[in-house]
Design a protein around this ligand. Structure first.
Ligand code: COA
Length: 358
């Protein structure tokens, strides 16, 4: 039953899945358009990757990489897991993913690699943490496994840092360019993950340190920062780094429908950013700039939770007399670990049959 629901979910979210790792890093399911980047990074890192990964020699050209990505796309469509690219400060850094999910037994194995220049920053530990969390919370699996060659100490440190148990050594379990190597088997169950706090111990703290304290100290501050982030000069972009720092890792963006018949879109922040960029290019807003201003607000607050109905006006620039659009942002906020976080923003625009109340 769960698999069926998960499949429907996959179809609804089309063929993409993207998750924040920290305020500078995200993972996204590989797509064919990533082939050039993936091949270039693989090719530059042959010697480094060949030490521990058996597939490197069989990936010789762009066509091989495209074949691999096609298998990734098929795997994701079939709901059998996914392989994500990792982007750090906009650069392609490596790959992390689920090998085929064993739905019958509800378990999965994670595999990964990083380009040499991205080692030593904690990117893979943090990316794996996000995937383990996804496996338990979204896919409702019971066990996640990681296997590393006994002498691959850098790799072994990853499951160890994440609190995995060492279950034993699988002798001669992998054929690596002419010899068989032994693999350490690490695993963690859903109950063990919950006990050690899973994601709570990692990613949220990283995002926390990325925010300017003055942006997140009050409801007023975070709403003001939100409008500042999405305002930009001609030929510039919104301040997406600052926007990420305001949002909870699981924040949802629900833009206004462009036609009333289309289904509602519930987007992860990276999907929202890429959709906003595309739409700015299509409407040439990127050339004209955009100024979003709050002109009215209604706030409801109870303890650590708040809801803000924020009325906005959009212009190309602050000095424009002409208002391009008006609407309401419904912003859900939560106070946690000493700061405010955006949990969701749903928006609807003003139309003749849908005027903003006085
Ligand atoms: C395995 C591999 C991904 C490990 O890379 P890595 O950079 O050591 O792993 P992480 O990204 O988790 O970074 C951990 C390092 O960053 C440091 N670090 C910095 N900030 C950190 C943070 N916030 N959290 C965790 N570690 C952090 C750690 O101290 C550690 O550095 P150290 O090894 O000098 O102590 C990489 O070596 C690789 O791709 N190797 C080739 C392919 C391979 O072996 N794949 C795995 C097959 S099983």
């Amino acid at each position: 039953m769960h698999k069926v629901m998960h499949t429907i979910d996959c179809l609804l979210r089309s063929t993409t899945l993207s998750m924040n790792v920290d305020h500078e890093t995200h993972v996204r399911v590989l797509q064919m358009s990533d082939a050039d980047q993936l091949f270039a990074v693989t090719d530059r890192n042959r010697e480094h990757l060949r030490a521990w990964l058996p597939w490197v020699d069989s990936n010789q050209n762009l066509l091989d990489t495209r074949r691999f990505i096609q298998s990734v796309v098929d795997q994701f469509k079939a709901n059998e897991g996914f392989q994500c690219g990792i982007w750090h400060k906009g650069s392609f850094a490596g790959v992390v993913g689920f090998h085929r999910i064993d739905w019958m037994n509800k378990n999965v194995e994670i595999g990964y690699w990083l380009a040499k220049e991205f080692e030593g920053k904690g990117l893979m530990t943090k990316s794996c943490r996000v995937l383990v969390d996804y496996a338990f919370h979204e896919s409702k699996l019971k066990r996640v496994q990681i296997r590393c060659a006994t002498r691959n100490t850098k790799s072994c440190r990853i499951p160890e840092r994440l609190g995995f148990r060492k279950e034993g050594i699988a002798l001669q379990a992998e054929y690596l360019y002419g010899c068989f190597v032994d693999l350490v088997v690490y695993a963690i169950t859903d109950t063990e993950w919950a006990k050690i706090g899973g994601l709570q111990n990692g990613t949220s703290e990283v995002v926390l340190s990325g925010a300017r304290p003055s942006d997140v100290e009050s409801i007023d501050a975070i709403v003001k920062a939100l409008y500042e982030c999405v305002t930009f000069e001609p030929l510039k972009k919104p301040d997406y780094e600052r926007l990420r720092s305001l949002c909870h890792f699981r924040a949802k963006f629900i833009p206004a429908k462009t036609t009333q018949d289309e289904p509602v879109s519930v987007l992860h922040i990276e999907e929202f950013i890429s959709r906003s960029d595309n739409s700015a290019r299509e409407t040439r807003l990127d050339e004209k700039g955009s100024c979003e201003q709050e002109v009215g607000r209604k706030t409801d607050l109870f303890g650590n939770i708040a809801h803000v109905f924020s009325v906005y006006e959009s212009r190309f620039s602050k000095s424009d007399a002409l208002v391009r659009a008006r609407g309401i942002n419904s912003i859900q906020l939560v106070k946690d670990r000493g700061r405010w976080w955006i949990l969701s923003i749903a928006c609807d625009t003003e139309r003749p049959e849908n005027p903003i109340p006085k």
